[in-house]
Design a protein around this ligand. Structure first.
Ligand code: 5GP
Length: 193
């Protein structure tokens, strides 16, 4: 998606350790008009899917997912990062390894908010090794709901997450796929460019 790629080139900052910082428009200060354009694009890409709910994970997925959900006219559920002490039988739970924080944590969704009738679009800001998205798919599987697809703002194509999800036959639509990036020059190269 050209406007997202242009924005990453203009305002993204490449950090050491394969981290792309986009906090000036995506996950700290949020450009809601950009999110709306992204929502319209995912609506076009997933037009053939009977999506009735969006699932994301706190914190940085929530802003994007809310605007996308408004475009689809459906509710958003976000998986919460939990203390183990809070876990009980009323929750679907899984463990996720964090790429940015290098630690693992439990995530939960209340059984009230995911059911076998649900057809879910999973939304997140980044896809790196795929741990976050895998965890969300596990929660959907636990609920017996259907994964209709995954929408990612920025996929880092040089990490394995995208490949693993596509190999499972899950429809993945990433709006910008970074092929490579260089923290000395700041250059970001996108796939298909
Ligand atoms: P994964 O679970 O796919 O390895 O990593 C995805 C999660 O890590 C995303 O939810 C995102 O919050 C974070 N993340 C991964 N790579 C980056 C990055 O380059 N920049 C930022 N800002 N977050 C990232």
């Amino acid at each position: 998606m050209k406007i997202l790629e242009d924005r990453i080139r203009r305002d993204g900052v490449v950090k050491a350790g394969n981290v792309l910082k986009v906090d000036s428009f995506l996950n700290h200060c949020m450009d809601v008009e950009l999110f709306r354009q992204m929502g319209l694009e995912w609506k076009r890409l997933f037009a053939d899917r009977p999506i009735n709910k969006i699932l994301t994970i706190e914190a940085s997925g929530i802003g994007i997912a809310c605007i996308v959900a408004a475009e689809f006219g459906v509710p958003v559920v976000f998986a919460k990062k939990a203390q183990s002490i809070n876990l009980d039988g009323e929750m679907y739970t899984t463990k996720i390894e964090s790429f940015t924080h290098k630690k693992s944590y439990d995530v939960i969704v209340s059984k009230k908010f995911l059911s076998p009738d649900d057809h879910i679009l999973v939304i997140d800001d980044f896809l790196a090794n795929g741990c976050a998205i895998n965890g969300l798919i596990e929660l959907i599987d636990e609920a017996g709901a259907t994964v209709e697809g995954v929408g990612i703002a920025i996929e880092k194509g040089f990490q394995q997450g995208g490949k693993l999800i596509r190999e499972r036959g899950i429809r993945l639509e990433s709006l910008a796929i970074v092929e490579s990036m260089d923290d000395t020059t700041g250059e970001v190269v996108f796939r298909n460019n």
